[in-house]
Write a new protein. Structure first.
Length: 171
């Protein structure tokens, strides 16, 4: 077997194909040049003047529309983090609130039967009296059926875990 035999045969074939493409493009360019030469010089001058006036205005309007639309949308939809901060749910520490998978920031956080916030694992985060100095309340996390084994291990009774605003277990 001769090394690079495929290249030896393939390259001339590829060059021939590219040569045909080049000839076709040259023909099309020649046709376009003939069309351009037939255009009235006054029409070209008029088009340039119109472009000089209209083009900056269009660009300005397009950029402002995009900018304004982006600002309007960003103001309407809060981020996940802003929702959690607003509700004083823990976003740091070992135990954090995780919103359900089907939840979107354009919706309010889902509520449970006890008035707390439902998380991804079916737990309900209900506010209760604080055991942590300097914090007005803590979260009494009622464990749901889909609670993780790690969360269940943190619970004394297997039904709830007390979590500070900073995401620490307070029992």
């Amino acid at each position: 077997m001769i090394p690079y035999l495929g290249d030896t045969i393939g390259k001339p074939i590829k060059a021939a194909r590219n040569g045909k493409k080049i000839l076709k493009l040259r023909k099309e360019i020649a046709e376009l040049i003939q069309i351009i030469e037939k255009i009235d010089p006054q029409a070209i001058k008029q088009a340039k003047k119109t472009k000089e006036v209209v083009s900056p205005q269009i660009q300005k309007n397009l950029s402002l529309d995009k900018l304004n639309t982006t600002r309007k949308v960003s103001k309407q939809i809060k981020s996940v983090k802003s929702h959690l901060k607003e509700a004083n749910l823990p976003i740091e520490g070992k135990i954090r609130y995780v919103p359900p998978k089907n939840w979107h920031p354009s919706q309010p956080l889902p509520r449970g039967t006890r008035g707390g916030y439902k998380d991804r694992f079916g737990n309900e985060w209900v506010s209760g009296p604080s055991r942590t100095k300097g914090e007005p309340f803590e979260w009494d996390v009622q464990l749901g059926a889909k609670a993780t084994p790690g969360m269940r291990n943190l619970s004394i009774d297997g039904r709830h875990v007390n979590v500070s605003l900073k995401g620490r277990v307070t029992h």
